[in-house]
Design a protein around this ligand. Structure first.
Ligand SMILES: [Zn+2]
Ligand SMILES: [Zn+2]
Length: 232
């Protein structure tokens, strides 16, 4: 798998083929037209959970049920072709895409206060064995270099293998994750960015933020490449 990713990377860098339209691209993996077509989240969003909200005010959902994270920064809406890019990294081992997705996220986080640590959402051990890599970690490596924040891989761990969130109805996702994460060391006063590729209900990120704050983190922000908007 790694050899395949390396070969694909070499082809993109030196062959200059756009990943989405197969037209000619520069070193950035996409041609200018496909890059411009990405569903960037440029509109007004809730600062807490990054769903569209009038004038960028905190949304009703966050006001009535405040999440345990403090803020969310999202680069793209999770729809075509953002979903193609996320899938190619996650399921096809196209590791070179991590740099592209990190760059898209970096465009957004540049406007936000710096953090001490970046925590990629830990994969369930079984999933990590099957896949061979954690896509969130691959993106986080680039952002650690770009921002100067440190990777904090040991800040949070899974306490058990949970059912994949994707296999569950939205209403059951929070219960599936209760107590599924723990933060084993003191994070006294630390500011932490939790990095994931896709945020859907936010249940995973909410559990992780709760664990981090329970161990003393003072501020937890989600950095997500793509945001799915929940049904009303
Ligand atoms: Zn293209
Ligand atoms: Zn919100």
């Amino acid at each position: 798998m790694l050899r395949k990713a390396a070969a694909a990377f070499t082809q993109w860098v030196f062959g200059g083929t756009c990943l989405l339209c197969r037209g000619s691209a520069g070193p950035g993996l996409l041609c200018a037209a496909c890059d411009a077509d990405l569903p960037r989240l440029d509109g007004a969003l809730c600062p807490r959970c990054a769903i569209p909200s009038a004038a960028g005010a905190t949304c009703g959902r966050c006001l009535s049920h405040p999440p345990r994270f403090d803020a969310t920064v999202a680069a793209l809406e999770y729809r075509f072709p953002a979903d193609v890019l996320v899938h190619a990294l996650k399921f096809r081992g196209e590791l070179a895409l991590a740099a592209l997705l990190a760059r898209l996220l970096e465009e957004r986080i540049a406007r936000n206060p710096p953090v001490h640590f970046i925590l990629p959402v830990p994969l369930a051990p079984r999933r990590l064995r099957e896949r061979g890599y954690n896509q969130a970690l691959e993106i986080a490596r680039h952002l650690a270099r770009a921002t100067g924040a440190r990777l904090a891989l040991d800040a949070c761990e899974r306490t058990r293998d949970t059912a994949a969130q994707i296999d569950l109805p939205w209403t059951e996702r929070a219960a599936n994750l209760k107590g599924a994460f723990r933060a084993p060391r003191s994070l006294d006063g630390a500011t932490i960015a939790v990095l994931d590729d896709v945020m859907t209900t936010g249940a995973t990120l909410n559990e992780i933020a709760g664990a981090l704050k329970g161990s003393g983190a003072s501020h937890v922000v989600n950095w997500v490449v793509a945001r799915t908007f929940p049904p009303d």
